[in-house]
Ligand binder design. Structure first.
Ligand code: SF4
Length: 382
């Protein structure tokens, strides 16, 4: 059945908000948060650590810290608490994006049980299983993801346990990789060009003859598809394959995006059909899936990526994040001087709905007393 991705109109009168049909929290994040808080509740007096941020959302992480949970690493992979400080009595929660086999092993050696407090999302595990399946058929796993992202590192570690693996971050790197597949570049150069992105003992001449593509679950679906199609074509041309025998060299993995990422992206595409003045995307600044939603919106209209209502300083000024340059910018005059103002709103998979509601309320107040209340609008949907 075809899903409906048209946005939902919240008509406040002088302000019209078009909410994406799907936005915000996904199953994996809800599950991880629930396990984390349950762990705190069930283990009074115990030290509880999180391997790294639970999810990429500052509010959720601050809430966990307020409950006594300590982070072992910061957002950038910097170690805050050494593994030497852990004892077998401690609890270590594995975050939603999973962890590497090496870290799991390290914890087991200390005597820490990892299975019980593992919040790895089933959709991330699905990618690991897919990698394992193709690895067992002797394909090299190409991972489309951000090389430093925890999920990609975890997927890389799981794939590399079984088979050679390489991470590529975008189409540009796929094209570079293709040059080694086609033998157009000296293999020695690969190790410099893909430094930190290939598995141990990777052989350029041997390990690029049979490949399959999986992805970090939160990449842009269209990007992953384009990369997989491109590499497939490269293999077809290099080995003179046909549709019948292409699987000899290229594994059919389909995409390994999670449902939430896909639905949130499709809902943004649906929302962008509306002729609006601007878009606001709410989410953590280091959230991969949120930045992809921003990317989609930016193609069409002025887009403001904010972490919460407090970034809307007034009806004139907004502080927003430019994820390309990784800096927060101040923009004046973000609301056009017209009525109604039409704003598209969505949020990433790690963003609590309350933050979106906060943003809507703040915007609505700028149009008081002419704007209707949120309660009045809600009645229409009851
Ligand atoms: S975005 Fe997808 S893969 Fe990531 S935690 Fe949510 S459901 Fe799981």
């Amino acid at each position: 059945m075809k899903k409906d991705f048209t946005s939902t109109l919240l008509d406040f009168g002088p302000l019209q908000i078009y909410l994406a049909r799907h936005f915000g929290f996904c199953y994996g994040v809800e599950n991880a948060i629930e396990i984390a808080f349950r762990t705190v509740e069930e283990n009074p007096g115990k030290r509880i650590f999180l391997l790294s941020e639970m999810i990429h959302n500052p509010q959720v992480n601050a809430d966990l810290q307020a409950h006594g949970v300590q982070f072992m690493q910061d957002n950038y992979g910097k170690q805050l608490i050494s593994f030497d400080e852990l004892t077998a009595d401690d609890i270590v929660i594995i975050p939603a994006f999973g962890t590497t086999l090496e870290l799991e092993e390290k914890l087991k050696k200390i005597g820490i049980e990892t299975e019980k407090y593992d919040t790895t999302c089933p959709f991330v595990e699905k990618v690991w299983n897919r990698s394992e399946q193709i690895a067992k058929k002797n394909y090299t796993v190409i991972i489309h993801g951000k090389p430093k992202h925890e999920e990609t590192r975890a997927t890389f570690s799981h794939a590399a346990f079984y088979t050679p693996a390489v991470i590529i971050k975008d189409m540009e790197q796929a094209i570079k990789l293709a040059k080694y597949i086609k033998g157009e570049k000296p293999p020695a150069q690969f190790y410099e060009e893909f430094k930190g992105q290939y598995s141990e003992d990777f052989s350029v001449t041997h390990d690029l003859q049979r490949i399959g593509v999986v992805n970090q679950t939160t990449m842009l679906a269209s990007d992953t598809q384009a990369i997989a199609d491109y590499l497939k074509q490269v293999m077809i041309e290099k080995y003179k394959l046909t549709a019948e025998n292409v699987e000899e060299k290229f594994a059919d993995t389909r995409d390994t995006l999670c449902y939430a990422t896909l639905e949130n992206q499709q809902a943004v595409s649906g929302m962008l059909q509306t002729d609006a003045d601007l878009a606001i995307v709410v989410g953590g600044y280091n959230s991969s899936n949120t930045s992809h939603l921003v990317e989609l919106c930016e193609e069409k209209l002025p887009t403001y990526f904010i972490s919460g209502e407090e970034k809307i300083l007034s009806a004139k000024e907004i502080l927003h994040y430019n994820f390309h340059t990784k800096e927060e910018l101040l923009t004046s005059g973000f609301l056009p001087n017209k009525e109604p103002v039409k704003i598209l709103i969505t949020s990433g998979a790690s963003c609590p709905d309350a933050l979106v509601e906060g943003v809507i309320n703040k915007l609505k107040d700028f149009f008081a007393p002419k704007s209707k209340s949120l309660e009045e609008i809600k009645k229409k949907f009851q």
